[in-house]
Write a protein that binds this ligand. Structure first.
Ligand code: KG4
Ligand code: ZN
Length: 332
């Protein structure tokens, strides 16, 4: 039996969760600051860390209350060590280190992307070797997992992350922040009528989305100059179709080349309904390869995903000592 308290504060959410054994969540609390940052069209790091300071104790109290446990009952405290915003990461890490020191509990420092990937363990065990497409606001990566916690990044973004491209396109089209979920919804209502460039369709597993993002922005700008009205739903569909095509193509090519048994999605953009559907269709065409998707509740940043990764690390005895510092740019 194990009880793990997990803390995630790498960006604009202060989240905590208590995981019992492998996948029984006793609580999960997310204090979102999205309304504050929406006023600025994106996350303001200084505001994010100040808000984290204000709510960290309250979130801890609520998480333990919902779990109906006292803090000394936990077996370990896990925390996101990076990558992320420096100030935001610090607040979560200091809270975790304080708990570890005061209550003599082991500390587990979790890589944020490992958390996103292990969100896939929410309902069933991951099988290896596995290929995970990690798509979030800060990352677009293809990660090969040969065994638990043996990661190999086979492809990465050369410029903008997918979520970042979604959010920037959303801003130019005057959509509410964050643009990703809104564009996803609009894309289901429009038609693919705009001709946009396919981004970096080469033999590598790398991604590039800044050219596509700029093409959408230019198209919108030129139409505005000419006084033409852009159909935003159609533009959303055209943009999303191109994004999905490249993500699916590279993932499927990687799955075949590395002979994996499983394909997974991870990160905030894995909540995208178009991407989930297209990946399902593509993986179904492969022989003896399964698709594993994180539940919608575990796609965007939360502490359940950190707890699921931490449980694997706990079993593998991958503990950190109290000298653990934040790693804003750490590799997986
Ligand atoms: O994983 P996450 O919560 O934070 C990072 O680690 O970056 O991902 C947030 C990103 C944002 O860019 C947001 O627009 C995007 O995930 N996102 C989506 C959808 N839901 C969230 N993008 C496309 N379609 C969605 N349904
Ligand atoms: Zn994330």
């Amino acid at each position: 039996m194990s009880l793990i308290l997990a803390i995630e504060s790498s960006c604009d959410e202060m989240a905590m969760a208590v995981l019992k054994d492998k996948r029984e969540f006793l609580s999960s609390v997310v204090a979102s600051q999205i309304d504050v940052h929406a006023l600025y069209g994106g996350v303001v790091p200084e505001i994010a860390s100040r808000k984290h300071v204000e709510c960290v104790s309250l979130v801890l109290k609520e998480t333990l209350k919902q779990a109906k446990i006292s803090i000394d009952e936990i077996d370990a405290v896990a925390v996101t060590k990076g990558p992320g915003l420096v100030g935001s990461l610090h607040i979560g890490l200091q809270a975790a280190k304080t708990i570890a020191m005061a209550y003599h509990k082991p500390l587990i420092g979790v890589h944020h992307i490992a958390g996103h990937i292990y969100a896939n363990n929410y309902e069933q065990d991951m099988i290896y070797p596995s290929l995970c497409l990690v798509v979030s606001g800060g990352h677009s990566e293809l990660v090969l997992l040969k065994a638990p916690f043996e990661f190999e990044v086979i492809g990465t973004t050369l410029d903008d992350a997918v979520g970042e491209a979604y959010d920037k396109v959303g801003r130019v089209l005057n959509l509410p922040y964050p643009g990703g979920p809104v564009i996803d919804k609009m894309a289901s209502m429009g038609n693919h009528i705009y001709d946009l460039p396919i981004p970096l369709d080469d033999d590598s597993y790398n991604f590039s989305f800044s050219g596509l993002k700029s093409a959408v922005i230019n198209l919108n700008h030129k139409a505005n100059q000419r006084g033409e009205i852009i159909n935003k739903d159609d533009l959303a569909t055209s943009f999303q179709d191109v994004v999905i095509e490249i993500l699916v193509n590279k993932t499927i090519r990687g799955a075949k080349a590395y002979g994996v048994k499983q394909v997974m999605l991870a990160g905030g953009v894995s909540a995208n309904r178009g991407l989930r559907k297209a990946m399902e269709i593509a993986v179904n065409k492969l022989d003896e390869v399964e698709l594993l998707l994180p539940p919608m509740s575990c796609c965007t940043d939360n502490a359940m995903m950190i707890a699921l990764a931490a449980k694997e690390m706990y079993d593998l005895k991958m503990f950190s000592d109290l000298s653990l510092g934040i790693k804003p740019n750490i590799d997986l």
